[in-house]
Design a protein around this ligand. Structure first.
Ligand code: ZN
Length: 162
């Protein structure tokens, strides 16, 4: 009987709703999510809720922002010229990319709106500041391979492919 613990690769179906019950994201009708447990591949609040659970378990958990995508911080969306993005890259709202800050550090930015000349970006994850309600069903738990452990993520269907 295998239970969810560090070093296991877990696949699960999930539905994520906000406190109003609006569905923000779901794997319903799609492939399950697959991740390496204990490697911070998923938000910490959900990872903690799944710890020790087993195949077939249904888990409902409420994750506050600080255990989810963080509190919304910073100055809010900033405009970047469309020309700052590489030619031929199709931009879409919700896409994230790495940008270099003035001090040389790399930060992750999300696209929140796209205009003709300007793209609005924000350093906050789109779900920052939100309380997340997860409804999860665990489908499979297996041992991670040594390679997966070394990489810090799962491989194969639903996992990292490289
Ligand atoms: Zn890998």
């Amino acid at each position: 009987m295998s239970t969810v613990e560090a070093g296991k690769v877990v696949s699960f179906h999930y539905t994520l709703t906000n406190p109003n019950g609006d569905v923000l994201d779901t794997s319903d009708g799609d492939e399950p999510l697959v991740y390496l447990h204990g490697a911070k591949n998923i938000v910490v609040g959900l990872e903690a809720a799944l710890d020790g659970k087993a195949v077939g378990d249904k888990v409902q958990t409420v994750v506050p922002p600080k255990e989810g995508y963080g509190e919304a911080e910073g100055p809010g969306p900033q405009g970047v010229p469309r020309s700052a993005f590489p030619e031929g890259v199709e931009l879409s709202v919700g896409m994230n990319f790495e940008a270099e800050a003035d001090d040389g550090s790399v930060m992750l930015l999300w696209i929140v709106a796209i205009g003709d000349d300007e793209v609005m970006v924000d350093g906050n994850h789109p779900l920052a500041g939100q309380t997340l309600h997860f409804d999860v069903e665990i489908l499979e738990v297996r041992d991670a391979t040594d390679e997966e452990k070394a990489h810090g993520h799962s491989h194969g269907p639903g996992g990292h492919d490289h």
